[in-house]
Design a protein around this ligand. Structure first.
Ligand code: TPP
Ligand code: MG
Length: 330
């Protein structure tokens, strides 16, 4: 099943929102791990999901909520650490999420999303709901023990989970070639008796199609699928992180930026399909959305000190919290 034209335009808009959001961060509040270069994989996958489907994410956390269609202002304010942020300014760049859209969390613990997404899948099965749960993870996370433990359980219980690897070729400075016995993570699916699919992560339509097939399978009660989108991180592992070693060549980076940019490739496809005017309108709109979001974030108030102990599942802290520290006198 393919996306119709209006869905393709929405897909383009969401990819562009991720790119412009992160460019705004670099310009105004340079923190975090950027998804630039990986937008095709993220949004292609999210377009196969309903609003009430669950998603877990990673430390590279800006793309997933935007890919699922979250409002931009609260996400930007969160980056700026403001009270109007989606996590009230207390989560920050690695925990951007929007629970109103089924985003359970973005986990900065590498491999931490597997059990959470699997648990959400179990919850769906117990409640006899027809939702699905999608777990974004990186190639580095695939070598955590939680990968095998979670996927095996989902396989034997036929949980409605899609394990979606954004394989960008590196875990910080460690290449897939240096850390995986065989480089195709999706081939591991065979060991759990579930389908494994490799897809070009820079082709958002192709990503959508394989994810939609996995979602249909999960909703039909046939269990999990492991998808591996081959993608590429254009920027450094983390914004402003100075990496003292050369672990990839300038030629490699230039090739991906110039020849394999998922947004450029998708734009060309839409324009060739006669949608140039619509594409330009989206580009103008996204520029305005980001300018508004940055202004909103700048104008928003800082959190109050008392916010520190609010919004907890239980709040055992019964002493005054002061600027001098939680054990202060006042
Ligand atoms: C359990 C754990 N170990 C180590 C780290 C430090 N760390 C943060 S990101 C990262 C690399 C993750 O690589 P990958 O899963 O490929 O995701 P990518 O950064 O490429 O998106 C590491 C080792 C961590 N956050 N959690
Ligand atoms: Mg990686």
């Amino acid at each position: 099943m393919s996306l119709d034209r209006s869905q393709q335009l929405e897909l383009y808009s969401r990819m562009l929102r991720i790119r412009r959001f992160e460019e705004a961060i670099v310009a105004h509040y340079p923190v975090g791990h950027l998804s630039i270069g990986q937008e095709g994989a993220i949004v292609g996958a999210c377009m196969a999901l309903r609003d009430d489907d669950y998603v877990t994410g990673t430390h590279r956390s800006h793309g997933h909520p935007i890919g699922k269609g979250a409002a931009i202002n609260p996400l930007m304010a969160e980056i700026f650490g403001k009270r109007t942020g989606i996590c009230k300014g207390l989560g920050g760049s690695m925990h951007l999420t929007d629970t109103s859209l089924g985003l359970i969390c973005e986990s900065a613990i590498v491999g931490g999303g597997f059990p959470l997404a699997t648990g959400a899948g179990l919850s769906i099965q117990v409640r006899k709901s027809d939702q699905v749960s999608l777990c974004f993870f990186g190639d580095g996370a695939a070598n955590q023990g939680t990968f095998g433990e979670s996927i095996n359980m989902a396989a034997i219980w036929k949980l409605p989970v899609i394990y979606f690897c954004e394989n960008n070729g590196y875990a910080v400075t460690t290449s897939v070639a240096a850390s995986h016995g065989q480089p195709d993570i999706a081939r591991r699916a065979d060991g759990y008796g579930i389908p494994g699919v490799i897809v070009d992560g820079q082709d958002a339509d192709a990503v959508y199609e394989v994810t939609q097939a996995a979602v249909d399978r999960a909703r039909a009660g046939e269990g999990p699928t492991l998808i591996e989108a081959k993608t590429y991180r254009f920027d450094e592992h983390s914004n402003r992180l100075a990496i003292p070693i050369r672990y990839r060549s300038d030629e490699e980076i230039a090739f991906h930026r110039n020849e394999r940019d998922p947004i450029t490739l998708y734009r060309a496809r839409l324009v060739a399909g006669g949608l140039a005017a619509e594409v330009e309108a989206i580009e103008a709109e996204v520029t305005c959305i980001m300018a508004d979001a940055v202004q909103f974030a700048k104008d928003s108030p800082e959190p109050e000190l008392s916010d520190l102990t609010d919004n907890m599942f239980s709040n055992p802290i019964n002493f005054p919290v002061t600027r001098e520290g939680i054990f202060g006198d006042a």
